[in-house]
Write a protein that binds this ligand. Structure first.
Ligand SMILES: O=c1ccn([C@@H]2O[C@H](COP(=O)(O)OP(=O)(O)O[C@H]3O[C@H](CO)[C@@H](O)[C@H](O)[C@H]3O)[C@@H](O)[C@H]2O)c(=O)[nH]1
Ligand SMILES: [Mn+2]
Length: 573
């Protein structure tokens, strides 16, 4: 504990804030649950030492960039009407050290400036793991207060009866414990402690026991959870608090408690952040998106292709893990207070890696068309084409409206589109299979910390750095078969005269569409000095030539050269 156990004093005699560095106990045989476990240890230590009502959470690679950011968050959290229902205030993630073109869409502006802002109009943004100020109560698994202060007072005046009817209410939601939202009603417990619900000592003891079952065996910690406005008891000595702090970060503390299951940061996904926020929303809390003009916090991001793809792989894997878990937003928590559109958004944030499968097919089809001479767009009726065109126009219009509303530029939007395709046919695809492996065969994947650009390289050497990963194989293959398709299609048209140019343009359009989406990927493959590891080239050329040879063999386009019919003209040439 820095500044001494009793704390330093400022010139007016007020206690100065303390800095406490925590290193929790890790031991073989005990799961430490990585970041989520670290956060939970911090929640408990801070509850014992200071018990502030609100907590700021930053990643180790982020820093404070705007000195009034916290004040902005407090405007929401201390709002007399809204404040008590807010679980957290999320700030957008902003980054330093990204190349000016943002080749691999590291800034994620479509996500941070469109999606999350949109969610703010429903039940609030998802929690993105950093730059977030929490309401401590929401982390303890309670649901937000439903009534205003007056009605709380009213129920207190009514005494035991209201308390009883309320506890049956919470029992009802406890019944479908798995697959639904277990709710700990804060008001029940407060009233219970004050004596209206638990008149005799026995039931008080019972409630103490159930609290210890939930929060772990620290009576000091349990007592801290019952302080409505935070703070530590005046009677506690710094020495005793410090001793308790060490107790609550021991490796076995969470055993047989609700930590990581219903309270604190939730375990079981490499993107623990989405899951943690989801459970709060499911209990009925609201979150707030706060975007001060000057970025509140800034962090670092991986800028070379392979690190970026690995980062996206981990996010997608985390999403798939949630989708295949008991917390799947399609089924989870129908007894709770999750708004339908918010649920819909959570379904989207967890199911998106599955779109990699149709995306993969769409990227292969143009090449297949060019190599086989068949055209993918079927002849459709007028009604169907009106549907098709209006769908297309509405997607287009949504994009334009979103860009105008959010201030995201067309160039940034385009880079996000490109990276969506690149990530889709590599990282998202792998995530789907790894996720299935985990669910079906129990094979786990580790949380690999995202590599960051080091500060020394001022000319973005990182951007051009090349690291081999299997993630590169599918996009390289798709790129090559489309290029081969373009060559094959064009040479076929050259061989067969005018009439074949018309349909060729249609087909070439789709192939070019795929290729321009993959263009940043191609740049990344080439590196600065054109030094692509041979393994990528070999694999890709191999797969691509097998693929194209197969088609040529089955359906050779060279025999379809249209010339004079030899049998008809009778000339044996
Ligand atoms: O074993 C671990 C691994 C990570 N961390 C922390 O987790 C943070 C995020 O890890 P990082 O490698 O920086 O991942 P990013 O991809 O940059 O992180 C984004 O995505 C993560 C979810 O995958 C979120 O947890 C992060 O908050 C979010 O910024 C780090 O800064 C650490 O503070 C730990 O405490 N223990
Ligand atoms: Mn990071």
């Amino acid at each position: 504990v820095f500044l001494g156990h009793s704390g330093g004093l400022d010139s007016d005699g007020n206690e100065l804030p303390r800095l406490v560095y925590v290193s929790r106990e890790k031991r073989a045989g005990f799961q430490h649950h990585k970041k989520a476990g670290a956060m939970n240890a911090l929640v408990r230590v801070s509850a014992v030492l200071t018990n502030g009502q609100y907590m700021l959470n930053l990643d180790c690679d982020h820093y404070i960039n705007n000195s009034s950011a916290l004040r902005e968050a407090m405007c929401f959290l201390m709002d007399p009407n809204l404040g008590r229902k807010i679980c957290y205030v999320q700030f957008p993630q902003r980054f330093d050290g990204i190349d000016t073109n943002d080749r691999y869409a590291n800034r994620n502006t479509v996500f941070f400036d469109i999606n999350l802002r949109g969610l703010d109009g429903i039940q609030g943004p998802v929690y993105v793991g950093t730059g977030c100020v929490f309401n401590r109560t929401a982390l303890y698994g309670y649901e937000p207060p439903m009534k205003s202060k007056e009605s709380g007072l009213f129920s207190k005046l009514c005494g035991g009866r209201t308390s009883k009817s309320k506890s049956t209410g919470s029992k009802k939601s406890d019944k479908h414990a798995d697959g639904s939202v277990p709710v700990f009603n804060l008001e029940d417990i407060e009233e219970g402690i004050e004596g209206s619900g638990f008149d005799d000592e026995k039931s008080l003891l019972m409630s103490q026991m159930s609290l210890e079952k939930r929060f772990g065996q620290s009576s000091v910690f349990v007592a801290s959870t019952l302080m409505e406005y935070g703070g530590v008891p005046q009677s506690a000595t710094p020495e005793s608090l410090l001793k308790e702090a060490i107790h609550v970060i021991s490796c076995g503390y969470e055993d047989r408690s609700d930590w990581g299951r219903e309270i604190g940061w939730i375990y079981g996904s490499v993107t623990e952040d989405i899951l943690t926020g989801f459970k709060m929303h499911a209990r009925g809390w609201r979150s707030i998106y706060c975007m001060p003009k000057r970025p509140a916090f800034k962090g670092s991001a991986p800028i070379n292709l392979s690190d970026r793809l690995n980062q996206v792989l981990r996010w997608a894997l985390g999403s798939v893990e949630i989708l295949f878990s008991r917390h799947c937003p399609i089924w989870y928590g129908y007894g709770g207070r999750l708004k339908f559109l918010e649920r819909f958004a959570y379904i989207n944030t967890t199911i998106y890696p599955l779109t990699s499968i149709p995306l993969l097919i769409y990227c292969i089809l143009p090449a297949v068309c060019l190599l086989t001479g068949k055209f993918i767009i079927p002849q459709i009726s007028n009604i169907a084409s009106i549907w098709f065109i209006s769908l297309f126009i509405s997607i287009f219009a949504t994009g334009i409206l979103e860009m105008r509303w959010s201030g995201v530029g067309i160039d940034e939007w385009w880079r996000n589109e490109q990276f969506w395709v690149i990530g889709g046919i590599s990282a998202h695809l792998f995530a789907v299979f790894q996720g299935l492996l985990k669910v079906l065969a129990g094979i786990d994947t580790s949380f690999t910390v995202t590599s960051k650009a080091s500060d020394e390289d001022n000319d973005f050497a990182e951007l051009y750095m090349f690291k081999w990963t299997t993630l590169l194989i599918p996009p390289t293959t798709i790129l090559i078969i489309n290029l081969v398709g373009v060559v094959a299609g064009t040479s076929y048209a050259i061989n067969s005269g005018y009439q074949s140019w018309g349909p060729l343009f249609g087909k070439l359009f789709f192939a070019f569409w795929v290729i321009i989406h993959l263009y940043p990927f191609l740049k990344g493959l080439m590196g600065r000095q054109n030094r692509t590891p041979t393994i990528v080239v070999v694999w890709a050329i191999l797969l691509a030539s097998i693929f194209s040879l197969l088609w040529v063999r089955i359906d050779p386009f060279t025999t379809r050269v249209t010339g004079p019919d030899i049998q008809m003209c009778g000339i044996n040439c």
